[in-house]
Design a protein around this ligand. Structure first.
Ligand SMILES: Cc1cc2nc3c(=O)[nH]c(=O)nc-3n(C[C@H](O)[C@H](O)[C@H](O)COP(=O)(O)OP(=O)(O)OC[C@H]3O[C@@H](n4cnc5c(N)ncnc54)[C@H](O)[C@@H]3O)c2cc1C
Length: 507
């Protein structure tokens, strides 16, 4: 079986270009570990059209596990299950992983998981930066919030910044070496199929060209109507009529999950006082590196170093988008230049217009139930995360590892559908970490971000908020947020059957 396929717009499935399969071919730099700030990151490769691929491959019609979504949760889960000998198909609606709306953090706990999987060297070969602390730049100076070196004495006393498309390609490359793994790109799931009331597979719309605007939800089809018990149904909206039958569907399709909607699951919402304007500006030689948080007056911006560009997130109060746009591009550029004066030399050209500034709607939500008969939801599909603290990717990967430990372990020894008590065990194990991390995000959004935008946090030395002052005064306490961010509560470990020893080349 060929293991990476692209669905073309005629409903056929065609093999992927070798460029997608072989991560090594496009990785740059080399091992950059040990330096706080290294390597050029973020080289965007040209998008390849699936139409360029050879034709003639049949779509899979049945698998044991259909994973919906090839983000961090989906790719990690697909790799682990396939290594456990469980036939797994990952369905990704885009033809590639190249999208701006991606967080770029790979946390210490994930770096440890990659070592367990024998992928430490493959990751090290990707262009990346290692960041050993989190700091916020105030007018009065820089305050260190988290010191990873102090908290994490092991092999990875840092958080890595790597373009997420490179990270996902690396996971795809590793998974494609497993005979039980198939990745179908350009395959959008539009609904669920049912058999006797149990979720029995997914309906697909093959999807070869076009993608939603950056940060916007995918085209969401109306939720599939629950069929009568005993009746096998197919999502009526599947234009190609393609259906993938599975013993288990795992929704890893992110915060606007189509599967969640199709299953009729409604998350509890916690609201967010802020949204984010997402845009890019060029990065110049001599700029600082890594991740930057900058707070001054009413303005708060995060900047992610992607090599030749800065990915910028400028926080705005929820609902303020229209009013701020009405002020115009000139006013926005002035604010940016005031906030980060060394950016001023490039703001004439970039962002070129307010059309290049995308509004990302920040949500923070959690499902009460994470499963239905034949269906499990993990990652942002179960608990959409806000960007605060940059911890959502780690949490999604930890969910995937717990799913492999619990559900994968069961499936290795039993044929057929997975019992409800096995599926519900995943939520039991991951609920506490999720609640704690979301509570941290809510507290930070209310206590710091929202107050900063209202100008309630003055940034002179004496008015620095008490928690930040305490962290600055007693550096030993920086180990607490460092551990929380870099490892997170209840870290998971990969199942022994998914691990591989890394082959180290002789010196
Ligand atoms: C503005 C912003 C910035 C953020 N920055 C960070 C950060 O720096 N660090 C961090 O840790 N977290 C960050 N987060 C949170 C983080 O993005 C998420 O928590 C994390 O990506 C969740 O991973 P996931 O695999 O569950 O879902 P996702 O990463 O959302 O992946 C879902 C995948 O499913 C695919 N998909 C969706 N629908 C379908 C469908 N119907 N059929 C097939 N495929 C489908 C999508 O194309 C996507 O590839 C940020 C969030 C926001 C809003």
């Amino acid at each position: 079986m060929r293991r990476t396929v692209n669905a073309d717009d005629g409903g056929r499935i065609v093999p992927s270009s070798p460029a997608f399969g072989a991560f090594a071919a496009h990785s740059a730099a080399g091992d950059e570990r040990g330096c706080a700030s290294v390597a050029r990151v973020g080289v965007r490769r040209p998008r390849e059209s699936p139409a360029a691929y050879a034709e003639g491959m049949a779509a899979p019609e049945r698998t044991r596990v259909a994973v919906v979504g090839g983000g961090p949760a989906g790719m990690f889960l697909g790799l682990l299950l396939a290594r456990g000998g469980i036939d797994t198909v990952v369905l990704e609606k885009h033809p590639d992983f190249l999208r701006d709306f991606r967080g770029d953090t790979v946390h210490a706990s994930t770096l440890g998981l990659l070592d367990e999987l024998g992928l430490g060297s493959a990751f090290a070969a990707l262009p990346h930066r290692l960041v050993d602390s989190v700091e916020i730049q105030l007018d009065a100076g820089t305050v260190r919030l988290a010191d990873f070196g102090r908290a994490l004495p092991g092999l990875h006393p840092h958080v890595a910044f790597v373009p997420q498309w490179d990270f996902l390609e690396m996971l795809a490359g590793a998974a494609e070496r497993e005979p039980h793994f198939t990745l179908v790109r350009s395959a959008e799931v539009v609904g669920l199929t049912h058999d006797a009331g149990r979720v029995a597979g997914v309906g697909l719309r093959d999807y070869a060209v076009g993608e939603p605007a950056v940060g916007e939800p995918a085209v969401v089809e109306p939720a599939v109507v629950e069929p009568a018990v005993g009746e096998r149904s197919v999502a009526e909206s599947t234009s190609s009529g393609h259906v993938l039958a599975a013993d288990l569907v795992v929704a890893c399709d992110g915060r606007w999950s189509t599967v969640r909607e199709a299953a009729g699951l409604i998350p509890r919402t916690f609201g967010s006082p802020v949204d984010i304007w997402w845009f890019r500006v060029p990065r110049h030689e001599g700029d600082p590196g890594g991740g930057i948080g900058r707070l001054s007056g009413h303005e708060f911006m995060i900047m992610i170093d992607r090599g030749d560009t800065w990915q910028c997130g400028y926080l705005i109060a929820k609902g303020a988008d229209a009013a701020l746009r009405a002020e115009g591009l000139g006013a926005f550029r002035e604010k940016l230049a005031r906030l980060q004066p060394w950016l001023a030399d490039r703001l004439d050209a970039s962002p070129a217009s307010l059309d290049d500034v995308k509004l990302l709607n920040i949500i923070l939500e959690r499902l009460e139930e994470w499963h239905r008969d034949g269906l499990l939801l993990i990652g942002d599909a179960a608990h959409p995360m806000s960007p605060v603290g940059g911890v959502g990717i780690n949490l999604a990967i930890q969910d995937a590892v717990a799913t492999a430990q619990i559900v994968g372990q069961w499936m290795r020894h039993h044929p057929g559908p997975v019992p409800a008590d096995v599926l519900s065990e995943v939520r039991r194990r991951r609920l506490l970490p999720t609640v704690l991390v979301q509570a941290f995000q809510r507290a930070a959004a209310r206590g710091i971000v929202s107050r900063a935008l209202k100008g309630e946090i003055a940034t002179s030395r004496t008015a620095i908020p008490l928690p930040l002052r305490v962290l600055a005064r007693f550096p030993i306490l920086q180990a607490i947020p460092a551990r929380f961010i870099a490892i997170g509560p209840r870290p998971e470990h990969t199942p022994s059957w998914a691990r591989r020893l890394e082959r180290i080349a002789p010196r």
